[in-house]
Design a protein around this ligand. Structure first.
Ligand SMILES: [Cu+2]
Length: 375
């Protein structure tokens, strides 16, 4: 009898602290669960995001219509290394905009390079540690790899297609440190807050060869979206509620990210809301449905060397609202041994509504794959 009681006590904490597949949120949600005092967890996540086609203020737009969009940089004096020609151009700004064919640099009046496909891959290493039952600390490092395929058209007259090219960048993108603070821990409803700092690292001025509308290969500073980092420091704050309704889980999370220290430019502040529903196939396998709403501001500031006849070179063509729907599974296996089991998770996400600012690529499917192990 005494033995039985001891075994029950030993198993009990496991039951409460995330023993079943359903006890962790869908893998795309961060900072959803707690650990018990002294416990560590390590995680490895991989995300693959695709973007295809373009949308203008949320509506689809054809290649022909993108080629009719004005190139914001055609009205600006060009930044040139030769100060003589720089001052000469400053003297005749009206001539540049009024008479494009006589402009010294032949800057296309309209957008001439069109993004066709973008792939972003992210690898995230994470660690969690609970100094007490009330607080769990969470650290994360993210590597990103971006690839974009673009089509170049002639800058003027016939606007004919000249060819395609690819740009890419990869780097350590950011690191973050957060604390989860338990506010309320009842049997069927748990509340906790998240506070953290996120530092963007990596290159923010990577250069790459591009095919210009003059049909020449030239090395330019890649547009904002292709840079691995914006070098900004962000504060993140959030609140999470996880409810147990019968055998099901209903989770809610609000998360904001605000830039508190920036360089010349930074990606906009973010607001994110997640609501997810989970059910169990068994203790070892659960499924999830998730709605995700994201609203991001456009880019603040600019990099004067980023100027190309492509939508991504304009800081206003960033941010906006996207609503995503995700389906996921969590499974528990016992592969690597130890006190705690091995958790694997998969989630596939598809946008259901996109109202992005200005002219941008359209989000397509994102997949998340994760491995988590408590120590
Ligand atoms: Cu954890």
């Amino acid at each position: 009898m005494k033995k039985l009681l001891l075994i029950t006590l030993a198993i009990l904490p496991l039951k409460i602290y995330a023993a079943n597949a359903i006890h962790h949120a869908p893998i795309g949600v961060m900072g959803d669960h707690f650990h018990k005092k002294g416990e560590w967890m390590v995680s490895l996540r991989f995300a693959n995001m695709q973007m295809k086609k373009n949308i203008f203020n949320g509506n689809s737009i054809s290649t022909e219509d993108i080629l009719k969009q004005p190139n914001t940089f055609s009205k600006m004096p060009m930044v040139m290394k030769n100060s003589k020609s720089m001052s000469a151009m400053n003297d005749i700004p009206s001539k540049i905009s009024d008479h494009p064919h006589t402009a010294p640099m032949k800057i296309p009046m309209n957008l001439s390079v069109i993004p066709k496909k973008m792939t972003m891959r992210m690898i995230m290493f994470g660690a969690m540690y609970a100094p007490s039952d009330k607080i769990t600390l969470m650290g994360m490092a993210m590597f990103s790899d971006k690839e974009m395929i673009l089509d170049t058209h002639k800058g003027m007259m016939t606007r004919e297609y000249l060819g395609s090219f690819e740009t890419s960048s990869s780097d350590l993108s950011k690191i973050s440190l957060s604390a989860l603070l338990n506010l309320h821990n009842a049997e069927n409803s748990k509340w906790h807050t998240i506070f953290g700092l996120e530092k963007s690292l990596g290159d923010n001025s990577k250069m790459s060869l591009v095919l210009t509308p003059m049909n020449m290969k030239k090395s330019i500073t890649l547009p904002y979206g292709m840079q691995s980092s914006d070098k900004a420091l962000r504060l993140s704050a959030g609140i999470t509620n996880v409810k147990l309704i019968g055998d099901f889980i209903l989770g809610n999370q609000l998360l904001i990210k605000k830039v508190i220290d920036e360089k010349d430019w930074n990606f906009g502040d973010e607001f994110e809301y997640n609501i997810w529903f989970q059910g169990s196939f068994s203790d070892r396998a659960s499924y999830s449905f998730r709605l995700n709403y994201r609203d991001q501001d456009s880019i603040d500031g600019s990099d004067k060397t980023i100027m190309a006849p492509v939508q991504t070179a304009n800081p206003l063509n960033y941010g906006g609202e996207v609503i995503n729907f995700g389906i996921g599974i969590n499974v528990i296996y016992d592969i690597f041994g130890g006190v705690h089991k091995d958790r694997f998770a998969f989630e596939i996400i598809k946008p259901i509504d996109q109202n992005k600012n200005g002219l941008q690529m359209k989000d397509d499917i994102t997949i998340h794959i994760g491995f988590q192990k408590s120590l």
